[in-house]
Design a protein around this ligand. Structure first.
Ligand SMILES: NC(=O)c1ccc[n+]([C@@H]2O[C@H](COP(=O)([O-])OP(=O)(O)OC[C@H]3O[C@@H](n4cnc5c(N)ncnc54)[C@H](OP(=O)(O)O)[C@@H]3O)[C@@H](O)[C@H]2O)c1
Length: 209
């Protein structure tokens, strides 16, 4: 698979390394690609680096791991027809006041990108857990929730979660991504699959009333 990474920092850098280690072609990007030579070397022969525009053009599936404010100006035309994994979280103190014109952060992003399949994943897990896996330091089975409206794209993302050495847990539609956005009960949790499913069922039941 050809994977593009927009925002090759703590999250994007570690996940890109994990997917490159698994044999996927990974195109890291940055506003300063020349500063990522160390990361590309670490990621190995399946990795390259360039601009965000180049990463989008190269890839079938793209991970964004940038400040939420920056996601609001992702290029809708270039991303049309592609799948975008959104890992960002919205922090007003960092991102500034943004009018979230939807019920959740990811739905607001999806509105900006009407021809892109948006899947929410990785935002609820700590970067240090991803880095530890990229460094081969842990194999602890921790659950990562994912949500989206396209079953085939979700299946692909579930596979990428497994390749990143986590356990995928399907939270349902993109709207359900609100359960695990920052500040919500399923956010920032180191849970087993069983515990994650139990907590997901509890919040879904509560939401139904
Ligand atoms: N850290 C965590 O534990 C964690 C966990 C889950 C989700 N998240 C969320 O995931 C996102 C990335 O977090 P991170 O910890 O990986 O951050 P990070 O280490 O700071 O990396 C973010 C990358 O985004 C790029 N970037 C920064 N400002 C940008 C802008 N205005 N436009 C385009 N690119 C920009 C930077 O790359 P260049 O300077 O090279 O362009 C930077 O390397 C954030 O939304 C964060 O809230 C973080």
């Amino acid at each position: 698979m050809k994977i593009g990474i927009i925002g090759s920092g703590d999250i994007g850098g570690s996940l890109g390394r994990l997917w490159a280690q698994a044999g996927h072609e990974v195109f890291f990007s940055s506003r300063h690609p020349e500063q990522l030579s160390g990361l590309v070397e670490q990621a190995g022969k399946c990795a390259q680096v360039g601009t965000a525009e180049e990463a989008i053009a190269f890839a079938d599936i793209i991970l964004e791991a940038i400040p939420f404010s920056a996601t609001m100006s992702l290029p809708a035309d270039a991303l049309a027809g592609k799948t975008l994994i959104t890992a960002s979280n919205y922090y007003p103190q960092r991102d500034g006041e943004i009018e979230i014109d939807a019920d959740s952060q990811s739905e607001a992003l999806a509105k900006q990108l009407p021809d892109t399949t948006v899947i929410k994943a990785f935002n609820m897990m700590f970067a240090e857990e991803m880095e530890a896996r990229a460094n081969g330091e842990t194999a602890e089975a921790l659950a990562i929730f994912y949500a989206g409206d396209d079953e085939s794209a979700k299946e692909t993302v579930a596979g990428l979660i497994e390749l990143a050495k986590f356990t995928p847990v399907d939270a349902g539609s993109l709207a359900n991504g609100r359960y695990f956005q920052n500040g919500e009960p399923l956010y920032a949790q180191r849970w087993s699959r069983a515990k994650a499913l139990q907590e997901l069922a509890a919040i879904s039941d509560k939401d139904a009333y």
